[in-house]
Write a protein that binds this ligand. Structure first.
Ligand SMILES: NC(=O)C1=CN([C@@H]2O[C@H](COP(=O)(O)OP(=O)(O)OC[C@H]3O[C@@H](n4cnc5c(N)ncnc54)[C@H](OP(=O)(O)O)[C@@H]3O)[C@@H](O)[C@H]2O)C=CC1
Ligand SMILES: CC(=O)N[C@@H](CCC(=O)OP(=O)(O)O)C(=O)O
Length: 344
């Protein structure tokens, strides 16, 4: 299989290279850039000497058409223009940005503040939350890979919402991310001296993942809801931890919640249900495609605390994108992704 990566120099792109290099079905990888045409990749990223010594290529429709798969890992607002001419032309397109996730173009424009992709192309895109949408992913020509926060939130909440074990009306979700979630472009808010020894909230009640989470809850659990969702920046490189608080439906017990999660993900290799809270942490999934989920009921308030951890760059981005590619090509989902977390 021949693979092209647009946005290869970014964090998502680098993670795609790390996993695809060891992928048994991938025979060739070409790397594309909007700003550094001709630069030998490994001269920029020394850890890839003898691994990716190819020059970065100019992004060009005719060249991209010749690949079996094209991953786009670019800032929002890029693929809404780049991908439409390529849809249906040959390559499977897997977009890591938010440009094709929201089905309503007006919603995209309101939350992202950018022009939406053409509506007819958005309609063709398939939301790539692999564990919940593999049947559609299989035949998709354009995949909208989920956002990092939505991946953790949805994997942990969807089973419980679908089975009506928790109340969808009062969902409060508190999420924290490492700095790599903001990409490789330096900024005032991600500068070391601003984030080190500090912990902050950002995009209060306005995060662009709110409509994505609500849309997927409607799509996969069949309930329309408005969530309270806030995001925080943690002074670490990788990792996301999301904590959701949800009222229990009458007479539901903690063991029912655990049983529901276990039953849902029994046959899904990347989702693990954790019962000892001491084993739940971002370093338990770091560098891997796992999503670990923990649930505990507060018997005083009759609310459930539902926690998920992922590596934002892997299950939250490149790993899930490759998992989707595996489904599209009829390969085991774990192909190229069967790695042990870094831990330390
Ligand atoms: N970081 C994360 O944890 C996650 C990120 N995402 C999403 O994935 C996408 C990529 O994220 P990430 O890798 O972190 O971002 P980065 O900012 O690290 O990298 C993006 C890359 O896109 C390329 N690029 C920039 N502008 C353009 C353009 N106009 N046309 C084509 N290419 C361009 C740049 O490479 P060059 O200059 O060489 O072209 C750059 O290296 C984003 O949409 C992000 O929101 C999704 C989930 C998680
Ligand atoms: C820490 C940090 O800044 N994280 C980013 C991650 C979101 C992301 O990757 O967004 P899209 O894919 O939806 O564009 C954020 O909160 O905006």
């Amino acid at each position: 299989m021949k693979v092209g990566i647009v946005g290869a120099t970014g964090y998502g792109g680098l993670e795609l290279i790390r996993f695809l290099h060891n992928h048994q079905a991938v025979e060739h990888i070409d790397l594309f850039t909007s700003s550094e045409e001709g630069v030998v990749f490994s001269s920029k990223f020394g850890h890839l000497v003898n691994i990716a010594d190819t020059p970065l290529q100019k992004i060009d429709d005719e060249t991209l058409e010749k690949f079996d798969v094209v991953f786009t890992s670019t800032p929002s607002g890029v693929t809404s223009e780049l991908l439409p001419p390529l849809v249906g032309k040959g390559p499977k397109l897997i977009d890591l940005s938010g440009d094709y996730r929201l089905k309503d173009p007006a919603s995209y424009e309101a939350w992202y503040g950018k022009k939406a992709a053409p509506p007819e192309i958005i309609q063709q895109s398939v939301y790539g939350l692999t564990e919940w949408n593999a049947d559609n992913v299989k035949n998709a020509s354009l995949i909208a890979n989920p956002g990092c926060y939505p991946t953790a939130v949805l994997l942990s909440l969807l089973p419980l919402l679908k089975e009506k074990l928790i109340d969808s009306n009062f969902l409060v979700i508190d999420a924290k991310s490492g700095i790599s979630g903001a990409g490789n472009k330096p900024s005032q808010t991600t500068h070391f001296s601003e984030v080190n020894e500090s912990f902050s909230i950002y995009k209060t009640n306005t995060h662009q993942h709110i409509p994505e989470i609500e849309q997927a809850i409607s799509m996969f659990a069949g309930v329309d809801t408005a969530i309270s969702f806030n995001t925080h920046l943690v002074p670490m490189t990788r990792g996301i931890l999301t904590t959701a608080y949800a009222p229990m439906m009458p007479d539901v017990t903690e063991s029912q919640l655990v049983a529901c999660l276990r039953a849902t993900y029994e046959k899904h290799p990347f989702v693990r249900i954790i019962t000892d809270v001491n084993n739940l942490a971002t370093n338990r999934v770091r560098g891997s495609n796992y999503c670990d989920i923990f649930v505990k009921v507060d018997s005083r308030t009759k609310r459930a605390t539902i926690v998920a951890v992922i590596d934002n760059l892997v299950k939250g981005a490149a790993g899930q994108a490759i998992q989707n590619m595996n489904v599209q090509f009829g390969l085991p989902q774990t192909t190229g992704l069967d790695v042990v977390p870094f831990f330390i």
